[in-house]
Design a protein around this ligand. Structure first.
Ligand code: 5AD
Ligand code: SF4
Length: 468
């Protein structure tokens, strides 16, 4: 056994002992927890691990924050808005706590990796009990124990990760689908982005750990997995025995009973021909690729440090479409990056029109202190950025509607996820392309993959009927 594996195993056992001990204090008291997740899928998946620990030590879930004895915010700092929301919500939690003296409040995730945030919480939000970051989430039970023992605010933020601790409990949102981390962190340093500073350098999980986790998930009823990483295409580079992401997918594909594989996020600069070949031939990879392009202007892309050009992005898209003509493409776009001119923005629109994305996440550029772009000249005035943003939405809407209309009349496999929130005669599910579809059905369909004929497009969702 190598040394790191030893440490990781030891740590996991130590945490389990702490959970056992803590559960003697907490279990059976009906104490409730509430987890609020901000940001991306990575955070959503981390929250499942937090829930796993909390339930292991005896907390029970509640849908109502005001009823909770333990509230935890898993925070995001990719844009300023996400941070402001956390501060706002913390303000109102102060009142709740006044009426519930034993209540505990914890904050974790990306925001906590910034000194300025920690100082602000210490100064103005003294009612918070526990602060921890992105590298030591597995220590939640230990931090709760320390808080209960000392009665003081506990702050445990690591600048870097130490080891990947495997094999801790987790509560999945869906019984039949799950995310699985393949790597953590990011080495790319796009100049607008704070992620590399708060999530640390890239490190990949060992393929055997990933395969074991997925095998266990499949044994437990999972049919679809999403492989998660900030940049999955550079998976495996940091391993003792390097392995490409394409090879990893091929290994995962062999797991019997697993039916669908997704992955996100892909960086265009690292999406290899080898992976395109797997996209072409794989039987289990869904026909959906999320491929953020951020800006269509080669000069903006250079200033963003994205390391591809407008033309090379378009070429890559052509190759993917050639390999798998039915593929749905989605993307992330930033509007108003420093120095963005009208012509640069027109290049962004041009890429949107040429690629014809099935969907896109669009963002107004948000200054993140500490990133190179924050101090760049020619920050775009807010009114100009907003005006461009609205124009982008108009163009996008039209394309998204057109793409979803193309589905009408065809039949697709749909993984049914839940009863429709508005109408309980309907169920909702997703196509391989990730399009959302509603169809007549009841709870017996949940978790099943069924053929569905699309009968109507409503733009951002579809209406279908099950084919027998
Ligand atoms: N401003 C706006 N959007 C950003 N993103 C990352 N950093 C910023 C920022 N400073 C967007 C990118 C990324 C997505 C997760 O968030 O589009 O792909
Ligand atoms: Fe941020 Fe760029 Fe890394 Fe994505 S690839 S997390 S945008 S630095």
């Amino acid at each position: 056994m190598n040394k790191n594996l030893d440490i990781s195993h030891e740590e996991s056992l130590r945490q389990k002992r702490i959970m056992d001990k803590l559960s003697k204090q907490i279990k059976g008291k009906g104490l409730k927890y509430y987890v609020s997740t901000f940001g991306c899928q990575m955070n959503a998946h981390d929250s499942e691990k937090l829930k796993g620990i909390l339930e292991q030590i005896g907390y029970v879930p509640t849908e109502e924050e005001k009823d909770a004895d333990f509230v935890i915010y898993n925070t995001c700092c990719v844009r300023e808005n996400a941070e402001l929301k956390v501060y706002g919500r913390l303000g109102s939690l102060k009142n709740n706590k006044k009426h519930k003296p034993g209540m505990l409040i914890a904050l974790c995730g990306c925001m906590m990796q910034q000194d300025t945030v920690i100082n602000e919480i210490k100064r103005a939000y003294k009612h918070v009990d526990i602060l921890f970051g992105t590298h030591n989430l597995y220590k939640l039970a230990e931090l709760i124990q320390t808080r209960l023992d000392t009665g003081r605010m506990v702050i445990d933020i690591w600048e870097n990760y130490k080891e990947i601790v495997e094999d801790l409990p987790s509560i999945r949102k869906f019984k039949f689908k799950s995310s699985v981390n393949v790597m953590f962190g990011c080495n790319n340093f796009c100049t607008y982005c704070i992620v590399p500073y708060v999530r640390g350098r890239e490190r990949s999980r060992k393929p055997e750990d990933i395969i074991n986790e997925i095998t266990d998930l499949v044994d437990d009823g999972v049919k679809e997995i999403t492989l998660l990483g900030q940049n999955v295409n550079s998976y495996g580079k940091s391993l003792d025995k390097p392995l490409t992401f394409a090879k990893l997918i091929q290994e995962i594909e062999k797991i019997e009973g697993l039916e669908r594989i997704r992955f996100m996020t892909s960086h265009p600069k690292d999406l290899s021909d080898e992976l395109i070949e797997v996209i072409k031939t794989s039987k289990k990879l869904c026909d959906h690729i999320h491929l953020p392009f951020q800006s269509g202007s080669t000069s903006v892309l250079k200033k963003m440090n994205r390391r591809y050009t407008k033309d090379s992005y378009l070429e890559l898209v052509s190759k993917i479409k050639e390999a798998r003509p039915d593929v749905a493409l989605t993307t992330d776009i930033i509007v108003g990056f420093p120095g963005e001119t009208e012509q640069d923005f027109l290049d962004t629109l041009d890429v949107v029109k040429k690629v014809e994305f099935d969907n896109a996440f669009t963002f107004l550029y948000s200054i993140r202190t500490g990133t190179p772009a924050a101090t760049m000249e020619n920050q775009v005035p807010e009114n100009v950025a907003k005006e461009r943003f609205n124009r982008l939405l108009e163009v996008l809407n039209e394309i998204v509607y057109k793409k979803s209309k193309e589905k009408v009349g065809n039949t697709y496999d749909v993984l049914v996820e839940q009863i429709n929130r508005q109408d309980d005669h309907l169920v909702s599910g997703r196509l391989g392309s990730n399009h959302l579809v509603h169809l007549k059905g009841n709870k017996d369909l949940i978790g099943k993959i069924v053929p569905v004929k699309i009968i109507e497009s409503k733009g951002y969702y579809l209406i279908g009927e099950q084919i027998n």
